[in-house]
Design a protein around this ligand. Structure first.
Ligand code: URA
Length: 208
């Protein structure tokens, strides 16, 4: 989706104080029925300009395969659209950047981008993948662990400039929280549970 340049400029200005690099818009058709929301792009995604194109992307593609849908059928974005990094050293002692989880200020800095994408696409289904996306959209309660793989209907949080805080949308969305693909990479025992969740999502969002 083509984001308004003023919105991108604002997002870049607000993320500037933090150790973040690049800017990668979400991808997919503007009338997608399902929007998947991740955490933030990593090194690979910023390098090649495609969301979920690194190691987690292989797992993300397997989600779509299980759902029997293609990237062109869905919209994929994340809470933060720049790559948060931290400096570290390789075993050979070379200084380099490593991916890290975005913090709340970084999530706020890019909140207007995600809000815009949601308002434009108006997806019937929002699929937050992992805790960062889930809490960005639904806050801390109910806990993600209590609702993963379950259908909920709920408003979502959007950033309010005047209040300088999140407010709830008037509109309700169908929400289906799932594991972030990286969680499966690090814990293969979640794989079967994830397949069961995707069957549930397909039954509700695709076969109705
Ligand atoms: N994790 C995300 O949340 N998004 C990406 O594009 C890659 C990894």
């Amino acid at each position: 989706m083509q984001l308004p340049s003023s919105l991108v400029q604002l997002a870049n200005e607000r993320i500037e104080p933090f150790d973040c690099e690049g800017f990668l818009p979400g991808a997919g058709p503007a009338d997608a029925k399902i929007m998947f929301v991740g955490e933030a792009p990593g090194e690979t995604e910023i390098y090649n300009g495609i969301p979920f194109s690194g190691r987690a992307g292989v797992i993300f593609d397997s989600y779509l395969e299980d759902l029997n849908i293609k990237r062109d059928d869905i919209y994929v974005t994340s809470a933060v659209r720049s790559r948060p990094f931290k400096w570290g050293q390789t075993r050979a002692g070379v200084r380099r950047k490593y991916n890290r989880t975005p913090n709340q200020k970084e999530i706020q800095a890019h909140a207007p981008v995600l809000d815009y994408e949601i308002s434009q696409v108006q997806p019937q289904w929002l699929v937050p993948m992992g805790k960062i996306a889930y809490q960005r959209l639904l806050g801390k309660s109910p806990r993600l662990g209590d609702v993963t793989g379950r259908v909920q209907t709920s408003p979502v949080q959007q950033w309010d400039e005047e209040a300088a805080s999140y407010v709830w949308t008037k509109k309700n969305y169908n929400i289906f929280p799932i594991y972030h693909p990286a969680a499966i990479l690090y814990n293969r025992s979640l794989e079967q549970t994830m397949k069961d969740y995707l069957n549930t999502l397909a039954a509700h969002a695709l076969h109705t």
